[in-house]
Write a protein of this length. Structure first.
Length: 118
């Protein structure tokens, strides 16, 4: 049974930082591209960052580029999202997801709430 479990969300003031972590189990973690998504109320889900299987390639949405950093540890089956210079518009439920085939995410975590106050 595949499980992705996020942690690290919470309430932070604008300009602050948070680090999200996602721990995976039940899959061969190193064979999956990992992504962090977010969804705010009334908005579409957005892919904010993804990282390749070996961790050498990363992509970011324009809205977070330069502020967020995605990283992974294949030995620990974890993928992290370091979020700096947070803005109120970053408030959302953040979820990690695993992709075996480009463009399709097969497994999802339950999400963790991030709230940035102004």
């Amino acid at each position: 049974q595949v499980q992705l479990v996020e942690s690290g969300g919470g309430l932070v003031q604008a300009g602050g930082s948070l680090r999200l972590s996602c721990t995976a189990s039940g899959l061969t973690f190193s064979t999956y591209t990992m992504g962090w998504f977010r969804q705010a109320p009334g908005k579409e889900r957005e892919l904010v960052a993804r990282i390749s299987r070996n961790g050498l390639s990363t992509d970011y949405s324009d809205s977070v580029k330069g502020r967020f950093t995605i990283s992974r540890d294949n030995a620990k089956n974890t993928v992290d999202l370091q979020m700096n210079s947070l803005k109120p518009e970053d408030s959302a439920v953040y979820s990690c997801a695993a992709s075996a085939i480009y463009g399709r995410y097969d497994y999802w975590g339950q999400g963790t709430q991030v709230t940035v106050s102004s």
